[in-house]
Ligand binder design. Structure first.
Ligand SMILES: C[S@@+](CC[C@H](N)C(=O)[O-])C[C@H]1O[C@@H](n2cnc3c(N)ncnc32)[C@H](O)[C@@H]1O
Length: 274
């Protein structure tokens, strides 16, 4: 066999339509190593043979490539910065118009609902409602099912304050379910950020987002694919809109060159020149 990794990538693309070459090589190698251990195959050549003989293995490999871990207020510093600096700017800028937010790669919905909590808190503080809509998208159908259900473990809500738990969740049988007030503000849908035929989720009708979250997703992919995702997200931003990434992904955005960090060490960016 010439190069088992190249053959494996070609086979998965041919049979399952998934292009593994877009994934970051260290990430892909780590996932393949775990699958080799789980299937008891010694090397990639054996694993390729195994995947050809066991059709269910391809699904398990694709699932392993999709890490859907998330939690409420995952990066507390970012959320606190949004609460104190960015949300007040946006509310003031919109002058009563609707705030449009996109949580791209929303996993089980924790990020989208965290943003809804921040806005509801801001509205309570201001003593008047804030109009907003959150479009939350992912490629994992099981993650989207959990997101629509809006029911979470104690660990997932661990970064919420006691007051937020009291105001925004209903506790039943040890699970915390978001209140209808939050649920009604979020529109969940399946959307692949690698889809080159569309600029943004069709549910949003048009892009023009004031705030786009894309956190803990870019690290999956090769640099060119990360840039393609960043190009799509920046095109979907309104003028002077904000893009938020994960803590470990700041460097990827800096390599992209079209965005600037709005405050030192933050994960919040704006297009250059806005
Ligand atoms: C690790 S989770 C991060 C969830 C959340 N954004 C956070 O920071 O906690 C990454 C999510 O990105 C999704 N994802 C990966 N590639 C994607 C793509 N091409 N399009 C849409 N979602 C994608 C995965 O299904 C997964 O739910």
């Amino acid at each position: 066999m010439e190069n088992p990794l190249v053959e494996l990538i070609a086979e998965v693309k041919r049979s399952y339509g998934k292009d593994l070459s877009l994934y970051d090589s260290i990430f892909l190698t780590g996932v393949l190593k775990n699958r080799r251990i789980a299937t008891g195959t010694g090397n990639l050549e054996d694993y390729l043979r195994y995947i050809n003989e066991h059709s269910e293995e391809a699904n398990l490999l694709l699932q392993a490539l999709t890490i859907t871990y998330s939690q409420f207020f995952r990066d507390p510093f970012t959320y606190s910065f949004l609460q104190q600096s960015i949300i007040p700017i946006l509310v003031n800028r919109k002058q009563g118009g609707e705030l449009r937010i996109w949580s791209a790669g929303c996993a089980g919905g924790q990020e989208a609902y965290s943003l809804a909590v921040l806005i509801e808190d801001a509205a309570a503080l201001a003593g008047q409602p804030i109009r907003y809509r959150i479009f939350a998208t992912d490629i994992s159908p099981s993650a989207l099912t959990q997101a629509r259900l809006g029911s979470y473990t104690e660990e997932a809500v661990g970064n919420c304050t006691v007051r937020q738990i009291r105001d925004y969740f209903i506790k039943t049988n040890g699970m915390y379910t978001v209140v209808p007030l939050l649920r009604q503000q979020v529109d969940f849908s399946n959307y692949d950020l690698l889809d080159s035929t569309s600029a943004h989720p069709s549910q949003s009708i048009y892009g023009d987002f004031d705030l786009v979250f894309c956190s803990n997703l870019l690290f999956y992919y090769q640099p060119e694919t990360r840039f393609a995702i960043l190009r799509k997200l920046t095109k979907a931003l309104s003028r002077a809109g904000y893009l938020v990434t994960g803590e470990t992904e700041r460097g990827f955005v800096q390599d992209f060159n079209k965005l600037r960090m709005v405050a030192p060490l933050s994960t919040v960016f704006q297009m250059n020149g806005t």
